[in-house]
Design a binder for this molecule. Structure first.
Ligand code: COA
Length: 172
């Protein structure tokens, strides 16, 4: 990060009411029914449709945590482990794992439910990085994470390692 960016973040943080927030304060869950327009002719839901919902639920978490506008800068480790079919209910569970200055790593887990049989299947997961923006569209500090549980601490440490790798591999 260059000096200009550091100064910008300092200024933004002076204007924002920084406090600590726990991951459970921003946790979000969405449930969506899958329709024929969401799928190919064989009834398999499009990966892009699932990604759209992943991005949206991760955005809710990022905005809840930062209480600001937040934009997606990266999506990685996206895995579609099992198919989701038309008529299934897609359930997405999202939590914040790690924050740096303006960036936040959100983990999303996807589950499909056949609402006739009640069978639920873990179908995928992803990590989405959001950046909080101030009123001028510039990156701004977000609240630090209050790590209250062992899971919070483990996820934070793992998130930090992933973020370092992510930044090392990114192409500007
Ligand atoms: C978000 C954006 C303003 C950041 O601009 P930038 O010039 O990269 O800003 P900086 O270099 O100061 O980085 C800001 C933060 O983003 C992080 N970041 C930038 N690119 C990243 C990437 N590919 N993966 C993870 N983090 C990234 C930086 O590490 C930094 O985090 P920190 O403040 O916690 O240290 C710019 O990349 C952008 O506008 N991207 C488009 C976003 C968008 O339109 N998304 C889709 C629609 S929501």
């Amino acid at each position: 990060m260059n000096l200009e960016t550091i100064e910008r973040l300092k200024m933004s943080s002076e204007n924002s009411n920084i406090r600590e927030k726990s991951p459970s304060e921003s946790h979000a869950e969405v449930i969506v029914r899958m329709f024929p327009t969401d799928a190919n002719p064989a009834g398999n839901v499009f990966g892009g449709e699932i990604l759209k919902h992943i991005d949206m639920v991760a955005g809710i978490v990022a905005q809840r945590h930062s209480q600001s506008n937040a934009v997606t800068v990266s999506m990685d480790s996206v895995n579609f482990l099992k198919p989701i079919f038309v008529g299934n209910v897609l359930k997405l569970n999202a939590r914040i794992n790690y924050v740096h200055n303006s960036s936040m790593e959100i983990e999303v887990k996807a589950e499909a439910e056949n609402i006739v049989t009640g069978i639920r299947t873990i179908t995928g997961n992803a990590f989405v990085t959001f950046v909080a923006l101030d009123k001028n569209g510039k990156p701004m500090h977000v609240p630090r994470l209050a790590l209250k549980t062992d899971e919070d601490r483990t996820k934070f440490d793992e998130g930090k390692i992933r973020m370092e790798k992510r930044l090392k591999n990114r192409q500007k």
